[in-house]
Design a protein around this ligand. Structure first.
Ligand code: ADP
Ligand code: MG
Length: 397
């Protein structure tokens, strides 16, 4: 039976208290928000609710306080940023489900906003404790989830509360699901999969799920090393997951059986260590010196990858091609990012570091969809059901 995601459009919110789970897990430095992207991304949903005169109660986690109050992880700096972005006062309380939170919820008038304290200050959040979920639900009359980045967590504010109130996906969550579903269901060809990042162990699930449908798979980043090793190359001091070489071989065999074209780096950027980027050198992959490690793909590889990327009707990219955090090892990621930006097909880029790299390169708005979830995006691409989304689905009549 077909299932569909309930969306905010189906929810009667006018003059009602609406609890909105957002992902305001923003980077902080010295008590200030250094990147407000995650707050900005929720604005369409907030605007939608405020225009309908809802009383909006926002809740989010921030960092990993592990069930304890941590002063430096309070949501106060987020409240400030939010006020500026929405252009209205935000009633922030240093409380989650206690008397101050309840008083705030009672006080809110139609078209006003409140923000609860960091959900993870309470150990019951991550335990999906039913009483905590009930207390959250008691603050409001409707529930909206717009926190895609937390949708793979079976936590009280993601799953428990959604079962207790009429609930739906916010506009951001809906957009994420639409883009990811397009990738998972689409029959557009050629379908090109570009994978990089540090480790193959993080990506096996994604490869396994998408490879059978792909026409070409391009492998770069540290994870390509384990595949290169499986093909018998000597890689000096490069990161190799020795215990995963067999797995890499199995995936290469699977690709061959399915007639999927696999491209591995033909040239690479090496250096003695990450502390000596100025000693970078480009070498053919069969000539990595024993005292060097691979930190990026080389220009010839970028050219070959770009030629394939150009032909894609559908493309998924996860994982940087090298240690993009260091300028000397960023060229491979830049080259691939530019090719993806120029690709005429539908392109989806996901993963925490992949998104960060695209932003740093100023190419974030040149891709079809930049998925905001790190772990959530990968789990979705693995074909797994995310608990926070499953709970918002209903059977189609
Ligand atoms: P994402 O967050 O997009 O899923 P990953 O977390 O899997 O991506 O990988 C990103 C990390 O991989 C970056 O920190 C980057 O420095 C690292 N990385 C990429 N290539 C290499 C390499 N050749 N050697 C070591 N680390 C690498
Ligand atoms: Mg990462």
């Amino acid at each position: 039976m077909a299932r569909r995601l309930r969306t905010i459009r189906e929810l009667d919110v006018t003059e009602r208290r609406v609890l909105v789970r957002v992902d305001y897990n923003v980077p902080l430095e010295g008590g200030r928000v250094v990147d407000d992207t995650r707050v900005r991304e929720t604005l369409p949903t907030l605007q939608w609710l405020l225009e309908r005169r809802a009383k909006v109660i926002l809740c989010s986690h921030l960092g990993r306080p592990r069930g304890q109050v941590r002063e430096e992880l309070r949501l106060a700096p987020v409240a400030e940023v939010l006020e500026r972005l929405v252009g209205r006062p935000v009633q922030y309380v240093r409380d989650i489900v206690g008397p101050d939170a309840r008083a705030m919820a009672e006080r809110l008038k139609p078209g006003e906003l409140g923000l609860l304290e960091n959900l993870r200050f309470d150990p019951r959040e991550e335990a999906d404790d039913p009483e905590f979920a009930r207390a959250l639900a008691d603050l409001a009359e409707r529930y909206v989830n717009d926190a895609f980045g937390a949708a793979h967590r079976a936590h009280a504010s993601v799953v428990g509360v959604a079962k207790l109130l009429p609930s739906a996906a916010g506009l951001l969550l809906e957009r994420e699901v639409q883009a990811l579903e397009r990738v998972l269901r689409s029959t557009e060809r050629p379908f090109v999969l570009v994978l990089g990042g540090a480790k193959i162990s993080d990506k096996i699930g994604v490869i396994e799920n998408l490879l059978p449908r792909a026409d070409a798979v391009l492998l770069g980043g540290g994870m390509a090393n384990t595949f290169l090793k499986a093909r018998g190359y000597e890689l000096g001091r490069s990161l190799v997951e020795t215990e995963k070489i067999g797995e890499a071989q199995r995936l290469l065999d699977l690709a061959e059986q399915r007639g999927v074209r696999v491209e591995l780096p033909v040239d690479v950027v090496v250096a003695p260590s990450l502390d000596a980027p100025q000693e970078r050198q480009v070498v053919p992959v069969e000539r990595v010196p024993p005292d060097r490690a691979i930190y990026d793909i080389g220009p010839e590889t970028v050219k070959r990858f770009s030629d394939v990327i150009r032909t894609a009707a559908l493309l998924v990219w996860n994982g940087p091609m090298g240690v993009y955090e260091i300028e000397e090892f960023r060229e491979g990621t830049r080259g691939v990012a530019e090719a993806v930006a120029a690709c005429p097909g539908f392109t989806l880029v996901g993963g925490g570091d992949s998104a960060a790299a695209l932003k740093e390169l100023g190419l974030a708005d040149r891709v079809g969809h930049l998925s905001t979830g790190g772990g959530a995006t990968l789990e979705y691409l693995e074909g797994r059901e995310l608990p926070g989304i499953a709970v918002l689905m209903e059977e189609e009549a």
